[in-house]
Design a protein around this ligand. Structure first.
Ligand code: WTA
Length: 647
């Protein structure tokens, strides 16, 4: 019996548009195959060559060491990531290029050239040093999406301080746990951040968190929203004061490639947060190379990734990947629905955005809000669309292609994780035909396998556990302060191989289809099914914007399916529609998969990074009170709304 049964029937395929392919870096499948072959057969030669496109104070000769589960990359090289993001471009005559275009939620715009951004980072680096931060210190960045957040990250990287960005949506307890686990000495924060026209009071949360963090020596506070805050004498410093009289020239030190770069706590759905550790050289090369080939950046691109810098996507694909490539990056401070439901589309038209990278959760919200919002704006500047964060339902993919991409833009469905640091599976937009819902093929150097329970390899279209059996430059090095948890969590299920936690299958063209987290797999009448395919069947119904499928105990079948469904705007919920939706799944997939219950919900519980928390829904569906950790839950009020069973 297969580990996870696939029930998907998706067969549409979209070739890269000829005009796109013509100017792409990799423009044919053959070219991709040749590069991929070399990356697997000769990883040292392949990565060594690509690493030399960046600046090293001393060039690495030891490219890769692999002593599972521990990897080292470029170990004897020294470099500086901030230097590669900034100084290198200035030195090579690109100082006048725009590095960052920032749009504030209230509507103001700021523009930084590479030369300006470089000066600001050097100045803040000097400010941090003068304030007493030293190489190796952990610095927590708990800020909104302001340019200073990026400047702070780059300044830390520059001086060799280890940053740990905490998403601004977390509250005091989550901040405290992360500060303590990281052993942070310094916190960079703001009075408040703008969110949907309201102030999120960040400094107040820091004050509360710090009541239990005696080792924090200082905070540095940016004034953004002007709300009242209390400043503790001797501990809390104004951002402006830290910069006062400080030079904007700072010589970037040569740091060893394996110098710790940042810790990022994963937004896991259970348990104590895990500090994923990334180091300098491998992460730099991994994000640089993926950005270059996957987004296929050109000089005239305006690139926008809508993630928050509090997530790995913000680290890798707002800051480090695009800046090492000398790209023009748009950064937006606020919410997609402020002041109107068309804010994103207004921004794309205003700044002539050419590349747009967002998450399925956002796409499903756009679908729910209705086509009239994007239709109001001229989106013809767009040439490439991307998605990351969850499996994208094929119908949501089709909507993205048609309504946002005007049937003209390729879509890259990029599979990766906080732990992988950089994109691992994705189509290269000029070379690889796309299938809606598939992340297609591995990126260079990535060796994914699909395994059965017993560790043998699954057959074509047989679902199984997704593992990666070779190291890659941007892989996590450990869990901060806990090598044992690192080994246990990632390398114990299939010894020596990195286990992703995801279920997947590989189709007859070698394309990968991620079927969701294996913890979410449901078992109905002996069939183990991934949630993504069941949900995709629901989203294929014209009335549905979003769906989450979970199982509840059932005397007859072992488990019965419960579907939580969010309807598109304007659709009236009714008992008939519930039956129609259940029948629809039964017809699409098979009678055994027909949900026993369909519940309409205005929203489903999600993590703060937008992933559906099926564990909570399963507890609700079983008539229990959610017992586990809910601190990562985005909006606690949705739980209350979901409790009532309205069958
Ligand atoms: C899921 C985000 C399907 C997956 C960069 C993974 C995806 C987890 C995709 C990591 C995708 C991310 N298709 N599933 N394109 N991208 N995922 O750490 O379950 O926030 O393991 O990193 O998101 O989430 P994380």
């Amino acid at each position: 019996m297969s580990t996870i049964k696939s029930v998907s029937k998706e067969s549409r395929i979209f070739e890269p548009p000829a005009a796109f392919a013509q100017q792409a870096r990799v423009s044919t499948r053959e070219q991709y195959d040749a590069l991929y072959r070399r990356s697997i057969d000769d990883p040292e030669g392949f990565w060594g060559d690509l690493a030399s496109e960046l600046h090293w104070f001393s060039k690495p000769t030891k490219i890769r060491q692999w002593d599972p589960p521990f990897a080292k990359w470029f170990e004897d090289g020294t470099t500086n990531l901030a230097y590669n993001c900034l100084d290198r471009h200035v030195a090579e005559g690109r100082g006048d290029r725009v590095a960052l275009v920032w749009e504030g939620e209230p509507g103001e715009t700021l523009t930084f050239t590479y030369a300006e951004l470089s000066r600001q980072v050097q100045r803040f680096a000097n400010g941090l040093l003068r304030a007493g931060v030293v190489e190796g210190d952990r610095v927590v960045i708990y800020m909104g999406m302001v340019p200073e957040a990026a400047i702070a990250m780059l300044a830390c990287a520059r001086i060799g301080a280890v940053h740990s960005v905490i998403f601004g949506g977390f509250a005091a307890d989550a901040v405290r746990d992360r500060v303590l686990d990281a052993g942070a000495t310094t916190i960079l924060t703001q009075d408040g951040a703008w969110r949907r026209g309201k102030v999120v009071a960040l400094k107040a949360q820091v004050d509360k968190a710090l009541e239990q963090c005696p080792d924090v020596a200082r905070t540095i506070v940016l004034r953004r929203t002007g709300n009242e805050i209390t400043m503790k004498e001797g501990r809390d410093h104004e951002w402006t004061a830290v910069l006062e009289g400080v030079s904007d020239e700072h010589q970037a030190p040569a740091l060893p490639a394996e110098h710790p770069l940042f810790i990022l706590y994963t937004s896991g759905t259970t348990g104590k947060p895990k500090g994923v550790l990334h180091t300098t050289g491998g992460y730099m090369v991994g994000t640089y190379v993926t950005t270059k080939y996957v987004f296929d950046l050109r000089d005239d691109d305006v690139y926008w990734c809508t993630a928050d810098v509090g997530w790995i996507t913000g680290h890798s694909y707002i800051a480090y990947g695009p800046l090492t490539n000398g790209a023009t990056v748009l950064m937006y401070e606020g919410a997609p629905n402020h002041p109107g439901l068309d804010r994103f589309w207004e921004i794309i038209a205003k700044h002539q955005v050419t590349i747009f990278y967002t998450a399925p959760t956002a796409i499903r919200a756009f679908i729910k809000w209705g086509d009239e919002h994007p239709s109001k704006h001229d989106l013809s500047s767009l040439r490439l669309l991307g998605t990351v964060g969850e499996p994208i339902n094929p119908e949501a993919w089709m909507w993205y292609r048609r309504v946002i991409g005007g049937d003209r833009c390729p879509i890259i469905d990029t599979w990766w994780q906080t732990e992988t640091g950089a994109i691992m599976m994705t189509p290269l937009p000029g070379a690889i035909p796309a299938k809606p819902g598939s992340c297609t093929l591995p990126f260079f150097g990535v060796s994914p396998k699909i395994l059965r329970e017993d560790g043998s390899e699954a057959e074509t279209n047989e679902g199984g556990y997704l593992v990666i059996d070779q190291p890659w430059p941007s892989m996590l090095r450990t869990v901060w302060g806990n090598d044992e948890r690192f080994r246990q969590g990632y390398f114990s299920r299939f010894p020596g191989k990195y286990f992703t936690g995801d279920g997947a299958r590989r189709d007859e063209h070698g394309y990968f289809w991620v079927m969701g987290r294996v913890d979410d797999v449901v078992n109905v009448s002996g069939h183990r099914l991934g949630t993504a395919e069941l949900e995709s069947a629901l989203v294929a119904h014209p009335t549905v914007a979003e769906a989450a499928v979970v199982a509840r105990p059932d005397e007859l079948t072992g488990q019965a399916l419960v579907a939580f469904v969010t309807l598109k705007g304007g659709v009236t919920p009714s008992g008939e529609l519930k039956k129609e939706l259940a029948d629809h799944v039964g017809n699409e997939i098979g009678k055994f998969a027909r949900p026993a219950s369909v519940r309409f919900a205005d929203a489903v519980p999600k993590t703060r990074s937008g992933k559906i928390m099926r564990r909570l829904l399963a507890e609700l569906a079983a008539g229990k009170e959610p017992a586990g950790d809910v601190t990562t839950l985005e909006d606690i009020s949705v739980l209350a709304a979901l409790r009532g069973d309205d069958e």
